[in-house]
Write a protein that binds this ligand. Sequence first.
Ligand code: FO1
Length: 325
Amino acid sequence: MKIAVLSGGVGGARFLRGLREHLRQTMPDGSGGSTAEVTAVVNTGDDMWLSALRIAPDLDSITYTLAGESDEERGWGRVGETERVSGELRAYDIGWPWFTLGDLDIGTHLARTSMLRDGLTLAEATDRITSRWPLGVHLIPATNDEVETHVVTEDGTDLHFQEWWTRHRATLPAARFVQRNVEAAAPAPGVVESIMNADVVLLAPSNPVVSIGTILGIPGIRAALRATRAPVVGVSPIIGGAVVRGMADACLSAIGVETAADAVALHYGSRAAGGVLDAWLLAEEDADLAPTVEAAGIRSTAVPLWMRDIPTSAALAAAALAAAS
Ligand code: FO1
């Protein structure tokens, strides 16, 4: 079974860990893995150059989570982290004091930057970095091109998404999000193929605007989702009318979408009506919204959406696969 998952960072990482667990249990390969093939198409809009290093937050969040090396409390970076190099950079007034690079994390950024300088693509560097651990999921950046998300605030200031997100905690009202140079970008090799050859395509419960939305904004990816014979199933990132984590509500309001599980489904749209979804998982708290989603041509199921641990994440992944059939 081939599964393609469009994913952002933290929520997507936990969902992928649950999917891997579910497949290990239900489709074991006899050596602890699964016979299923999972490809994660990962958002790169949060990426940036900082202190001469190429930072790729969502790729790293998923890598560290699947490797069992992630800081589960903070939701990003490595567990057992130290910040000696960051202290030195601050002493030289280099980098962003509000954006902490841990020493182990800097190792990843140095490795990635070194490979990029040697002429590898981001996808090739990602293959090299992820091969260090038996992740059980193939990570592909949505694009090898640098398509960074910028936020234009109401007063016209243009900020890299990371500054808006980590320095200002998304409190500056955003007028719009801009995917820099997206018109010249192409899906990374393997992205369209993973969607077209999939038996199931899943949209992880990631930020619908700056994670899933930015993946869909890469020319060719939305068309692949509309063309694939695989059912496309999305998982709501909103539970009980509130975002699970992060500040996705600030992103949704900026694009005029209500922070509600049905509104996000309608924003993605049904494939019959020019969108990308065949089915949508809602939280049980939002089961009353199912008729609205169904009326839009999207099959809708209410399931427990909280991913508190690996078993609950695995149960959510199982529900998403069940909704596909
Ligand atoms: N988020 C923060 O709120 N503060 C930070 O200092 C911070 C540092 C950081 C370093 C590396 C990395 O990969 C992620 C980091 N993040 C930080 C999280 C990051 O903003 C998010 O992972 C995504 O970009 C947004 O979903």
